[in-house]
Design a protein around this ligand. Structure first.
Ligand SMILES: Nc1ncnc2c1ncn2[C@@H]1O[C@H](COP(=O)(O)OP(=O)(O)OP(=O)(O)O)[C@@H](O)[C@H]1O
Ligand SMILES: [Mg+2]
Length: 408
């Protein structure tokens, strides 16, 4: 038996001891009990019945009084032993209910109360962490929503001022810049809201890949090409390499696009001028490997194992770059929705390599045919057109004023 049930054992031992001592005393002082006691080897003097009866009366009285005293003392001690920690538990619960989430029982005993108290303290830890997490999340999301909203609001106010104070030529010159700023910040908000909606879908189990048979090589090449010019405008060389001519797999082209654009946008964000980003495709047994490798700042080893966690952004590392820390969490969710896996290798000041492994599976012919009928490609499957998608996914790095971005 473990230490955990010690209150029950203590109670049992105590009751047992009282019953045994009362029973023993009754047996020892019972008339004629000396036959039994002798048989048991106990030396009780052989005295006359009348003396014996008196003796019994006094002895039993004293003994019962002693037992009563001992029992009462032990009951008081025992009830204190139970009520004290219960009182602490009650006080702590009250403090937590009143908003002091740091309150703990700190009861360390090994009985049931101790066990309950430890569980209670653990629950209080969770409540405290949840409170901190929720407050932090709301604060960072509010900031992310407020920043683009402020920009939009200032631009609208400026346009109003221009309209009242500038002539037509000046007005026409200055307004497009502000409109661009408004559009760019709308994209930022759209990206954040899309990401949040997808995170809600994922966390509640409703994020499902809409699978169609698609040539992943063509898809990855097309997506990479759509942002090559933009990378070049930042002085970064973005190249696509594939050891496969073509490979049809069942995938959700919209999700693949977001996976790739997220990984490329991170690579661009954390790679300096004259760096290189490679998007590579290869086959490994029954999987397609899609790799995005950069020569950027890299990720410290201590951060690598938490890189796919939600709100994983480390302010010490991001060097004033935009972002919310939702991107990689969602990328992992999209990859897993395909039954795939994502991994990362990185060395500080050398670069990072994100590798997505997607199983090579195809849907039955009827599904393939129904998609194949709309020959014009995946852009028709996505809810945004391709250009808009790049604007949205790159909104944290794309300012909207790059001349040679190719994403007009
Ligand atoms: N290619 C990379 N090179 C260096 N660090 C990276 C790279 N990709 C991601 N990281 C690190 O991982 C963090 C999390 O990336 P993630 O894409 O989830 O968030 P984010 O880019 O900061 O914000 P979001 O994508 O939600 O706008 C980044 O803030 C950065 O510190
Ligand atoms: Mg990102």
């Amino acid at each position: 038996m473990t230490k955990i049930s010690s209150i029950r054992i203590k109670l049992l031992i105590m009751v047992n001891a009282i019953i045994t001592s009362v029973a023993a005393l009754r047996v020892i002082f019972m008339p004629g009990a000396h036959h039994y006691t002798e048989a048991l080897g106990l030396a009780i003097p052989d005295i006359s019945i009348s003396v014996f009866n008196k003796h019994i009366a006094v002895e039993e009285l004293i003994t019962f009084a002693a037992i009563l005293l001992i029992t009462s003392i032990s009951m008081i001690f025992f009830s204190r032993y139970i009520t004290k920690p219960v009182g602490i538990l009650q006080d702590t619960a009250k403090k937590i209910m009143e908003g002091d989430y740091s309150a703990r029982t700190n009861i360390k005993s090994n009985d049931e109360i101790g066990l309950l108290a430890r569980d209670f303290d653990r629950m209080a830890d969770s409540i405290e962490n949840l409170g901190k997490g929720t407050a932090g999340t709301i604060a960072s999301l509010s900031h992310e929503i407020k920043t683009p909203l402020n920009v939009i609001f200032s631009s609208v106010q400026l346009i109003d001022i221009y309209r009242d104070n500038l002539d037509t030529v000046e007005y026409k010159k200055k307004v497009p810049f502000q409109i661009n700023l408004i559009r760019q910040n709308c994209y930022r908000m759209l990206r954040l809201i899309n990401n949040l909606l997808d995170i809600c879908r994922h966390d509640s189990g409703y994020l499902k890949a809409k699978l169609v048979n698609y040539d992943i090589v063509e898809l990855a090449r097309e997506i990479t090409l759509s942002v090559t010019k933009y990378a070049e405008s930042k002085g970064i060389n973005l190249v696509f390499e594939s050891s496969l001519e073509s490979q049809v797999i069942a995938c959700d082209p919209d999700m693949i696009e977001r996976i790739l654009l997220n990984l490329i946008s991170n690579a661009v964000k954390f790679t300096d001028k004259n760096g290189t980003i490679k998007v590579m495709l290869a086959k490994d047994n029954d999987n397609v490997l899609l790799t995005v490798k950069d020569t950027g700042v890299g990720i410290p080893e201590s951060k690598l194992n938490r890189i796919f966690d939600i709100f994983n952004r480390d302010e010490n590392l991001v060097r004033n770059k935009e972002g919310t820390g939702l991107g990689l969490y969602l990328v992992k969710a999209f990859v897993e929705a395909h039954g795939g896996k994502i991994s990362v290798k990185s060395r500080e000041n050398v670069g990072s390599e994100f590798c997505v492994m997607l199983p090579i599976k195809v849907l039955d012919q009827s599904v393939f045919l129904s998609v194949h009928e709309s020959q014009e490609g995946y852009r028709h499957i996505t809810s945004y057109n391709g250009v808009q998608r790049v604007h949205i996914e790159f909104s944290d790095i794309y300012s909207g004023f790059e001349k040679e971005s190719g994403v007009k």
